[in-house]
Design a protein around this ligand. Structure first.
Ligand SMILES: Cc1ncc(COP(=O)(O)O)c(C=O)c1O
Length: 282
């Protein structure tokens, strides 16, 4: 059990990475891999660029010799999902590189729409760990909690590091989340999760359409509440003009310099407010 995926990822890094080690991090990416792990553990970052051309999937040869490797699908910030071929490649990497701890960040495992089901990386290998975030699964961002599953010795190292960092999540949050998880019937989620999916799915479909109508190059996806769109070579003027109209979009470079030229929308407002934001962007 972790105090949310964020804490879990950085504590896992603390358990694995020593000063001078190199951590393979996608870019753009959730900043915790490069900063919360590599930088705070006095390690180095090996950047694995995610581009439209490579389908936002990293070139794993860049991770050769690294102590740790992070991946995240469905992906923040791009919304991308991984192909079956990529999962197999990543599993082969994990199986043939015992010197590298492979961590799949599965924060958006449940935030999928239509027929798409996000697989667990542990379906492909047991030589890895996977981090889960229940604040995402149950839309409970004020109650951070999550869990890490996978290879026993990695989990045991994580537990050892955490024993010096925290003393567990508050019991009421543990019980609430256990109750939520008990609502699962195999892969079938409880009705609350289905409702969350419906809401975000509608917001996503609406936003993708609206941004396309504005002439932006939108990355379409069946997952996550993030929309990734290209606005030109430099996204900052767009971000500033949006802000001038009280619309907050995140500059892509905030997720690593490879994210430059893109903006990320987080669909965490009602459909009505998203519609208003789109009108203002227009
Ligand atoms: C990719 C990714 N991993 C992990 C987290 C953190 O999850 P938690 O809210 O459980 O700390 C987030 C978002 O906050 C995220 O986008």
């Amino acid at each position: 059990m972790v105090l949310g995926g964020k804490e879990g990822l950085s504590s896992l890094g603390r358990a694995v990475v020593n000063p001078g080690d190199t951590v393979a991090c996608p870019s753009p990416a959730y900043p915790v891999y490069a900063q919360g792990v590599a930088t705070l553990c006095d390690g180095h970052v090996k950047t694995m660029p995610l581009t439209k051309e490579n389908g936002f999937l990293p070139d794993l040869t860049l991770a050769e010799g690294c102590k740790m490797l992070f991946c995240n699908y469905p992906n923040n910030p791009t919304g991308a999902i991984a192909t079956e071929y990529f999962w197999r490649q990543l599993a082969e990497f994990a199986d043939t590189h015992p010197e590298t701890v492979v961590c799949h960040d599965h924060a958006y495992s449940e935030m999928t729409f239509g027929d798409y089901v996000a697989p667990s990386f542990l379906q492909y290998t047991s030589n890895a760990v996977e981090m889960h975030s229940l604040s995402k699964v149950f839309n409970a961002t004020g109650f951070r909690i999550g869990f890490c599953v996978g290879r026993a010795d990695y989990i045991s190292d994580l537990v050892k590091a955490k024993s010096q960092i925290d003393s567990g999540a508050p019991l009421m949050i543990q019980r609430a989340m256990a109750d939520g998880l008990a609502g699962y019937c195999g892969q079938v989620p409880p009705k609350e999760v289905k409702e969350i999916r419906k809401i975000y799915g509608e917001r996503r479909a609406f936003s993708e359409r609206a941004l396309r109508e504005l002439g932006l190059d939108v990355i379409e996806s069946p997952a996550t509440f993030y929309v990734w769109a290209r606005v030109g070579d430099d996204e900052l003027p767009f971000v500033q003009r949006a802000l001038d109209h009280d619309v907050v979009v995140t500059p892509g470079r905030g997720f690593g310099k490879e994210g430059g030229g893109y903006i990320r929308l987080a669909l965490t407002q009602s459909l009505e407010r998203i519609a208003l934001a789109m009108q203002r962007l227009r």
